[in-house]
Write a protein that binds this ligand. Sequence first.
Ligand code: ADP
Ligand code: MG
Length: 284
Amino acid sequence: MDEFAIDVKQLDKTFGQVPALRGVSLQVRRGEMVALLGASGSGKSTLLRHLNGLHCADAGSPSSVAVLGRRVQAGGRLARDIRATRSKVAVVFQQFNLVARLPVMTNIMAGALHRLPLWRGLLRRFPAAELARAQEAMARVGIARLAAQRASTLSGGQQQRAAISRALVQGAEIILADEPIASLDPEASRKVMQSLADVNRDLGVTVLVSLHQVDFAFAFCPRTIALHDGRVVFDGPTRALTPDRLRELYGAQVGELLPAQATTHPTAWPTAAPEYADVALRVA
Ligand code: ADP
Ligand code: MG
């Protein structure tokens, strides 16, 4: 199939007087893992929310969004069959959106509810095949042994990996991750990004992940789309985003995008870090 996983054309979105997206066009092929880079307020969340129809573009604009070959919206109107499309698209948020008091397994099974009879969800009696699928999804991201724990007992990084498992149980063909590592320490961030990279490589899930720091884009995403003030200012190989190029694109905001040490010690740029060496090779 050669249709795009994500196909966005001339997306315009204004909140009151504030233009949040201006003529954004982008295409992502099936099986790609792409970083959506931008400083705070550049329009990343707004763009991601248009992809599954949580936001509608400006009425009467030439905007259109299609996902997996199906129309999501056009001219500021949602498609009627949006529900069917949404089941193929999972969202992972910065704020860990698990139900804290429920076990991890129950949270992950929520991904399967859209294809099960209502009573099964209400009584939490799930078919064995579905439970096995959830176990496999948890094992894939390294949290199988946490299945029975309450979600509230997991670290932030484990919760994000649980959210990725839930996306797999849902049967998502696309994962939209909105700053999934913004609240995590570097080691937890690396594990979450590695889990996204694994499901991308092993299962062919298309991943679009928004980030406000370029180092993780560099390590995990061959391609980056960069937003600034609601416009696409760069779309190409992540390795082309040198500190100088970023300074050109972002001016004074560049500090937000660079890892702390890279601004003062250019030799500490991510490719030089040993923990990125193997990933950089794979990405190259
Ligand atoms: P990012 O996710 O890159 O930080 P956002 O997409 O959240 O950026 O925001 C882009 C712009 O749109 C910002 O100026 C923000 O203040 C504005 N914006 C986002 N959501 C809303 C909203 N619901 N109402 C009004 N303004 C909004
Ligand atoms: Mg955001």
